[in-house]
Design a protein. Structure first.
Length: 115
């Protein structure tokens, strides 16, 4: 199983970014995909999970109405569209999947929201 995130960077408050996570090594369409983030000095938190049909459920109250997860099963890729970004969204964002009881993580992509 391999997960590779991309799309992070520096963005001004109020801006948008779209993160991608390319997956391989498992039957992508069958599994729930998750986005987590970890801000400096804080624990990793679940942001959203995207079920096989592509429906996204935001778990973190702080991102509801601003972040939307999606997936393209044909491309084995999951996305996180982030709008109206705030400085407190600054974090490393990770893609995650649980396959046969094992958690797999990408290396993460850094999002910095700053003026």
């Amino acid at each position: 199983v391999q997960l590779v995130e991309s799309g992070g960077g520096l963005v001004q408050p109020g801006g948008s970014l779209r993160l991608s996570c390319a997956a391989s090594g498992f039957t992508f369409s069958r599994y729930v995909m998750r986005w987590y983030r970890q801000a400096p000095g804080k624990e990793r938190e679940l942001v959203a999970f995207i079920i096989s049909t592509g429906d996204s459920i935001n778990v973190a109250d702080s991102v509801k109405g601003r972040f939307t997860g999606s997936r393209d099963n044909a491309k084995n890729t999951v996305y996180l569209q982030m709008n109206r970004l705030k400085p407190e969204d600054t974090a490393v964002y990770y893609c995650n999947v649980q396959v046969q009881g094992t958690n797999y993580w990408g290396k993460g992509t850094l999002v910095t929201v700053s003026a």
